[in-house]
Design a protein around this ligand. Sequence first.
Ligand SMILES: *Cc1c(COP(=O)(O)O)cnc(C)c1O
Length: 343
Amino acid sequence: MTHHALRLRLDSLALQNNWRWLQRTAGVTAGAAIKADGYGLGAVEVTRLLAEVGCRDFFVSTWAEAHALGPLPEGAELCVLHGVGPDDIGAAIGSRARPVLNTPEQVARWKSEASDRPCDVMIDTGMNRLGLRTDEIDLLDGLDIHTLHSHLARADEDNAMNAVQRDRFAAVAATVKARRYSFANSAGICLGTDYAFNLVRPGLALYGGVPRIEAAGHISQVAFPEAEIMQRRIVRAGETIGYGATWRADAHTEAAIVNIGYADGYLRCFAGKGSASFDGRTLPLIGRVSMDLVALDVTAAPELAEGDWVTMDYELPTAAEASGLSQYELLTGLSERLERYWI
Ligand SMILES: *Cc1c(COP(=O)(O)O)cnc(C)c1O
């Protein structure tokens, strides 16, 4: 097999334990949002690992994502959050997955093409993203609704809008018949069990994101970028490193040039902020981020040599704070060039 100089180590037990904590905290069944290829980690493997611990409900965005998953684990159910657009009906009818219908047009399309099949429905309770308005729910008459959904706009904040959305959804749930009602994402789970209804749909927190303070200390990092050292070099006092010569050595410095850069999703906003770790020591990033390379100050790690590996510091809340990127962007931005491997 071809050698990769860049990998993404993925911790199966952390993923499974994060899901368990979310389900326990919600006090109801927890599914998993696996859109965007499992937030960049690999949806097939994420699905397999979560099914192993009892997760049954999986959510992708599109029919292409549903198709790419291939056969699902025994007992698993799949929902397509973007519903059925004009060009999706063939894929939807040929699939085991249920659409989450979002618009009056989608509802009409499902009624005319697949009225005998169950579907899910998204109700908009204030976000004004996808979903039927609460005054459009009479359009749902005649549908076999499996799960009725809504989605929170500000669950990561303490804001009165959360309870307003919850109460609107509870009112809709009291009038629209469905087998289950689902409302909370990762942050919504942290808001309390009155946000849980029958099924929760965490994404970010499964993968190590900390959506709210209540989850800190319970959610563990899942994804660890690891990069190989291409060169170890001496930088003399007064010399600079990298494009723009933005970093200058005050004193004799030892630098490691490692195989990760912005084309891998390790973006330029990490310049002056990022770091890697080796054997308990922090190795600060020095100079700019290149397309495929960054420089680390390895003066404190004299034993590190070409061909050795370092782990980039990528604990999501910390890395988000340092880079100004969101925890979601940090995960989904990691490129295909990182070889994913699960431990
Ligand atoms: C992505 C998504 C989720 C998961 O959200 P997180 O914030 O990642 O937990 C849940 N529900 C819907 C409708 C989504 O689009």
